[in-house]
Write a protein that binds this ligand. Structure first.
Ligand code: ADP
Ligand code: MG
Length: 321
């Protein structure tokens, strides 16, 4: 199968490549064309996933595609942006029809969840890797950036943390778990649905936001630095799933929540007056701490005493991981 036939068959013909709102021209020309409503800004983010680094050798193609897209769209959620389209630069060792068909199905599935369309890409031969660029729209001035957290704000997250990291030994085949546990954790790892609706609900309310991809401590460190504040996290308040606690025990579950990546939940700072209304509306937000003057991220025990924590998250060129 030639490159053009492959693109036509698996990508241009995918249901996620159909024309839709905001896409004036999709796959097939030299560029795609996006139409942005007046008064809106374009939100853009790129993520690369490389075999052996971001996913194990020989991943399930359906799961790989849906996870790759979810991870990328999560950045739009974190900005409070509405998805429009994405491009896919795909490097493949060989063109296997079954693999490509399953990959395209996974892409379709997640694209439908996120209401985003495939608008272009590039296809090359080499070790398996994917680069996705996502495009979204947000009313001018309303994007949720990392800067803007204010002293006195609450620090919140969009749900339970640590399941993605807890799933890693299962993903890598290093450990086995009973089916109920494995299913719950692996679903969080392979299919982390971007919190797009929450991102929209936080527009005009949250003062700063990001998605947790490298671990809560590391990502909160980015938010603290961008905002020029200190973030205090109360360890007791970390939301942990019962599955994760049963699987790892409390201490390791906390460690997974603090330092493990792969959660793709939103973390954000919120002026206290907005809390009750968002909770009443049923948003899955959990208060885990607060913003104070200063810098860095500080972990506190139940009495408010600082806990020494290994300040870590995954860094590709770091000395620690
Ligand atoms: P060019 O030579 O102009 O870069 P290509 O031959 O690489 O064009 O691609 C032809 C068309 O197919 C373009 O519209 C491109 O965006 C699209 N395309 C290529 N690879 C992919 C892919 N993996 N997924 C979606 N669209 C793709
Ligand atoms: Mg090209």
């Amino acid at each position: 199968m030639g490159e053009f036939e492959l693109i036509r068959h698996y990508f241009a013909a995918a249901s996620c490549a159909r024309a839709g709102e905001g896409v004036a021209l999709g796959i097939g020309d030299d560029c795609a064309l996006l139409a942005l409503p007046a008064g809106e800004q374009l939100a853009i983010s790129t993520d690369s996933l490389v075999v052996g680094v971001h996913f194990p050798e020989s991943p399930d193609p359906f799961l790989l595609a849906q996870r790759a897209l979810a991870v990328s769209v999560s950045d739009l959620a974190a900005m409070g942006a509405t998805p429009i389209g994405f491009t896919l630069a795909l490097t493949l060792p060989s063109a296997e029809p079954d693999w490509l068909a399953a990959f395209a199905r996974g892409l379709d599935w997640m694209a439908q969840q996120c209401a985003i369309r495939l608008i272009g890409g590039d296809t090359t031969r080499g070790p398996l890797s994917l680069t996705l660029t996502v495009f979204g729209r947000v009313p001018a001035g309303q994007a949720l950036t990392r800067a803007g957290a204010q002293v006195g704000d609450l620090l919140c997250v969009g749900g339970e943390l640590g399941d993605g990291a807890g799933a890693l030994p299962l993903v890598l085949g290093q450990r086995q778990a009973e089916p109920a546990v494995a299913e719950a954790l692996l679903a969080r790892y392979w299919s982390p649905l971007p919190q797009l609706d929450l991102g929209l609900a936080l527009r005009g309310k949250a003062t700063a936001a990001l998605d947790i991809s490298d671990g809560l401590l590391a990502d909160c460190g980015h938010l603290a630095a961008a905002s020029g504040v200190a973030l205090l996290i109360e360890q007791e308040r970390l939301p942990l799933s019962t599955v994760l606690q049963a699987w790892l025990g409390l201490d390791a579950a906390r460690q997974a929540a603090l330092s493990g990546g792969d959660d793709y939940r939103l973390a954000f700072t919120l002026p206290p007056q907005h809390l009750a209304q968002l909770q009443a509306a049923g948003w899955p937000l959990r208060v885990i701490g607060r913003v104070e003057a200063g810098q860095g991220v500080h972990l506190l025990d139940a009495d408010g005493t600082p806990i020494q924590s290994p300040q870590s998250g995954y860094q590709h060129f770091g000395t620690s991981s």
